[in-house]
Design a protein around this ligand. Structure first.
Ligand code: ADP
Length: 469
């Protein structure tokens, strides 16, 4: 069942309960008010009668005269349809008003007992002639502690019953009508309030069919719904960027692997075209091995980054002398530097200790020095300086190489970003993103300064042991 229908039904049920309860309370209140007003009128008439009848043992005649005079003096009594009967102490009727002739009251045993105790009783009896009932007040009159006569005044409850009946009919008509109107109104209101949800549903359909550009227009109908809209749009933006990253990633991986694979394929196909001397096969295999190593390197770097991002790489930290690590790293590139006639310079006066993961920090230095040698022309120099700053250790790798164009500097730490493929045949654009991850895993930071055509300097800041825990 649709939410709006359910809301409308709940709303109607609630309204039905509230209206019925309030109608019941009002009905009972009216009934009591009308009855006590009638009882009050009867009491007033009984009191007037009591005061107009003589106190001593009056004769039947005296009573009749006194009552008839009183009725004449208060014409309202007859007008209001009040019936009057007077009995003597032996329960014999001594007066009946003209209105009461058709309806004679009785002093029942129960009332009689109460009169003995000087109690005023109020009873309701069914009317003799027409429908309805009669409310009777019985008042015993005592003189010197002796019951001398009993006054009974009564009036029909028809008026009260009619009033109550019309209230009842009014409610019977109004309550269902209100419930119906409120139900319909509630349905439309709920429909209006839930309209933004329809936009969310439409957007979900678009998204599930692959259109992540779809956004829900901001609505200010209700703060909850607009909060939901905002959250939904934010989620879509995040999804879109994740999907874009995945797409870029797959494209980059395919692109990076396609070049070595097509080299491998071309060389292998060429070798197989005709038989060749062993030396040529050897050369082809050596070249193929180079491509295989390149692919292996890409795959290993990708695995490293994905493990790092999944949090699967645990740092094994220890106190390390950065100068020792730098000397070791320089040693790895001695041959390569000699081949390119590049001067390797290590500037470090004192040993600098850092608290870090040895394997990762070695990898960091290798990447930075490798890049510096790769992007420096023959005869240039690469210098590694180690020092201390207020924040901890500073390692910088500077070269006199080709530099990085200004527009590329903000991107070089991005995965697969290469300034210009023609600058290096070896690169894959993953080295610096690995460096960045390693430095950040040590709570440090890496920066670059470069002058295009003059050289670059990469600086790594690693916090002191007490700072990075
Ligand atoms: P690659 O494996 O292609 O070198 P990196 O992530 O290590 O990838 O570097 C990204 C890009 O930054 C490279 O394509 C390169 O052009 C540029 N770069 C990195 N180091 C230097 C450097 N020392 N001198 C000039 N350019 C550099």
């Amino acid at each position: 069942m649709a939410i709006r229908t359910r809301l409308a039904i709940w709303f109607s049920i609630l309204v039905a309960v509230v209206l019925t309860l309030s109608a019941l309370i009002r009905y009972t209140g009216y009934k009591q008010a009308l009855q006590s007003r009638q009882d009050y009128s009867l009491r007033v008439v009984a009191d007037i009668l009591d005061s107009s009848i003589p106190r001593h043992s009056p004769t039947k005649n005296e009573v009749q005269t006194a009552v008839a005079r009183m009725i004449r003096e208060y014409p309202d009594i007859e007008l209001k349809g009040i019936l009057i009967e007077v009995y003597d102490s032996s329960r014999a009727v001594i007066f009946i008003s003209s209105l009461s002739e058709a309806q004679q009251f009785h002093i029942t045993e129960d009332i009689w007992k109460r009169t003995q105790h000087k109690e005023v009783s109020l009873t309701t009896i069914p009317a003799g002639s027409d429908n309805g009932s009669i409310r009777i007040l019985t008042k015993p009159i005592f003189y010197r502690n002796k019951l001398i006569y009993i006054i009974q005044v009564g009036s029909s409850t028809n008026d009260i019953e009619e009033t109550l009946e019309s209230i009842f009919l009014f409610n019977i008509l109004i309550i269902p009508l209100s419930i119906l109107l409120i139900g319909i109104g509630g349905w439309f209101l709920a429909k209006e309030a839930l309209k933004p949800l329809e936009a969310i549903i439409t957007a979900s359909h678009h998204i599930s069919s692959g259109d992540l550009h779809h956004r829900i227009p901001a609505s200010d109908t209700s703060s909850e719904i607009s909060a939901l809209t905002r959250a939904f749009n934010q989620m879509t933006i995040k999804l879109q960027s994740s999907f874009q990253q995945i797409k870029d990633f797959s494209e980059n991986v395919s692109h990076e692997l396609r070049i070595p694979l097509s080299i491998l394929r071309g060389q292998t196909e060429l070798s197989l075209k005709r038989s060749r001397p062993v030396e040529e096969y050897r050369n082809t295999l050596e070249s193929n091995l180079e491509e295989i190593l390149r692919m292996e390197n890409i795959v290993e770097r990708l695995l490293f980054l994905s493990k790092a991002e999944r949090g699967e790489l645990k740092l094994e930290k220890s106190e390390l002398d950065i100068r020792d690590l730098s000397e070791w790293a320089f040693a790895q590139f001695k041959l390569q530097a000699q081949e390119k006639n590049i001067n390797l310079i290590l500037n470090s006066e004192n040993s600098v200790t850092v608290y870090g993961d040895e394997v990762l920090l070695r990898e960091l230095l290798l990447n930075l020095i490798k890049n510096a040698i790769t992007y420096t022309n023959e005869g240039g120099s690469v210098s590694l300086s180690i020092g201390r700053s207020d924040e901890g250790a500073v390692i910088s790798v500077a070269d006199t190489g080709i530099g990085i164009p200004e527009k590329d500097i903000p991107h070089i730490f991005e995965r697969f970003y290469q300034v210009d493929k023609s600058r290096s045949t070896q690169g894959s654009g993953l080295g610096l993103s690995i460096c960045k991850w390693i430095v950040e895993a040590h709570n440090g930071k890496i920066t670059v300064e470069s002058a295009y055509g003059k050289g670059s300097e990469f600086s790594v800041f690693l916090p002191s042991p007490d700072r990075n825990g």
